[in-house]
Design a protein. Structure first.
Length: 385
């Protein structure tokens, strides 16, 4: 693996490497992606290998000019154009009917393709210079937390990829919002960095499959198959990872991930409910229901409680139940909270904790993406309740 900077000379190297079928990790405004030439099946196959990602989970294809959507999509409905024109470049992925030329390995054999035009200047420049659409999932082992810094990528995948471009930490911090524009009505497949409200302003109401998921951690234990079913039609999961990470903890992660349930019959095939998970058990509670609910369940030590803002942090500290309290955003700023979420979880995952106790945040705007990722993180634990 070679580390590149965001200088023009280095971006030329990265673009050339992509043209030659190499794997290049690069920053986007959401998370770091692991890129390959979308029209080079062998290069794309290496992405699946590097991530240990099942091939039934399709990839997002990244472009850097609006008109390149036509290289990938057979047809672009009017409302999809509207979203593309108004919200791109930005953290939005649009599912469209695919052109025959798009290799099946990219789309996992589906008749649709996921297209995204990222706003990060480094991502845009690499794609422009490469002059090819770039297939890029988040640059993490399958099922784990997505990387929001180059160091996260080095720690998780450094050995299996050719280049990593360091463009600093990602601004948004959670993956793009995925919206399916191929059905009768638009459907939200993954809440993410583009708030649903902005999408609905442009194209009206969007279906939210599986929206009635159980929300309280206590309600999840034993919810079992019903809950899984809801999520099969529901959102995508987060994958993230902590800061400086040893190989050993990577192995631990891989083992832990092998246990993740995944079903090829899902609507968006990568959307198992236990994605985006740290290795440390994470317990999720309804907004403002910590610490009472956690106390009833019994608390594992050492542990930390994750508070949305200063006010909640004070309540959690005053309870005396937790060994430490971490705050997503002191002022309760949703953007800051989103940007910090994965990097905080990466760090906490390195701290040798028995448990992380988290509260849902207000469920609007970016809060929806935070709650989705916390929920998925909470699905991966294998500890007695
Ligand atoms: O922000 C992001 O979207 C990042 C950056 C790198 O762009 N990428 C990302 O990719 O999160 P990935 O592969 O980790 O997540 C893509 C999600 C998966 O859940 C996948 O199942 C879904 O998009 N997806 C891809 N193609 C699809 C399709 N044709 N139909 C339905 N879902 C699709
Ligand atoms: Mg991912």
């Amino acid at each position: 693996m070679k580390l590149l900077s965001a200088s023009e000379a280095d971006l030329i190297v990265a673009a050339q490497a992509l043209r030659e079928g190499k794997l290049v990790a690069f920053p986007t405004e959401t998370v770091y992606g692991l890129g390959a030439n979308a029209f080079d099946e062998r290069a794309v196959a290496r992405i699946f290998e590097a991530k240990a990602r099942p091939t039934f989970d399709p990839l997002i294809v990244h472009i850097a000019r609006l008109e390149d959507i036509l290289m990938l999509a057979e047809e672009v409905p009017e409302n999809a154009w509207r979203l593309a024109r108004r919200l791109w470049p930005g953290p939005l992925t649009i599912i469209l009917p695919k052109r025959r030329e798009v290799p099946d390995i990219v789309t996992a054999g589906l008749s649709t393709v996921a297209v995204r035009f990222p706003s990060h200047p480094v991502a845009r420049r690499i794609i422009e210079l490469a002059k090819i659409p770039i297939a890029a999932p988040s640059a993490n082992p399958f099922g784990y937390l997505s990387p929001t810094t180059a160091l996260h990528v080095i720690d998780m995948l450094g050995e299996s990829i050719d280049y990593i471009v360091d463009g600093g930490p990602c601004d948004v911090g959670v993956e793009s919002t995925v919206i399916d524009m191929t059905g009768e009505r638009p459907a939200l497949l993954r809440p993410g960095g583009m708030p649903l409200e902005r999408i609905e302003e442009l194209i009206g109401l969007v279906d939210i499959p599986g929206h009635d998921e159980p929300s309280v951690d206590e309600g999840l234990e034993g919810a079992g198959e019903k809950d899984m079913l809801l999520f099969e039609h529901g959102f995508e999961h987060a994958e993230t990872q902590g800061a400086a990470q040893s190989l050993k903890s990577c192995e631990k992660k891989q083992n832990h991930l092998k246990k993740s349930p995944e079903s090829p019959s899902q609507k968006s095939p990568g959307q198992s409910s236990s994605h985006y998970a740290p290795s440390t058990p994470l317990f999720l509670f309804d907004e403002e229901s910590l610490p009472e609910a956690a106390k009833r369940k019994g608390i594992l030590h050492p542990c930390i409680a994750l508070a949305f803002n200063d006010r909640r942090a004070q309540v959690l500290r005053d309870s005396g139940l937790f060994d430490a309290v971490q705050i997503l955003s002191e002022e309760g700023d949703m953007r800051e909270a989103t940007a910090r979420l994965f990097s905080l979880l990466h760090d906490l995952d390195e701290a040798g904790l028995a448990a992380i106790y988290a509260e849902r945040v207000p469920d609007a705007g970016l809060g929806r993406a935070i709650n989705d990722r916390l929920y998925r993180a909470s699905r991966n634990k294998k500890v007695p309740s």
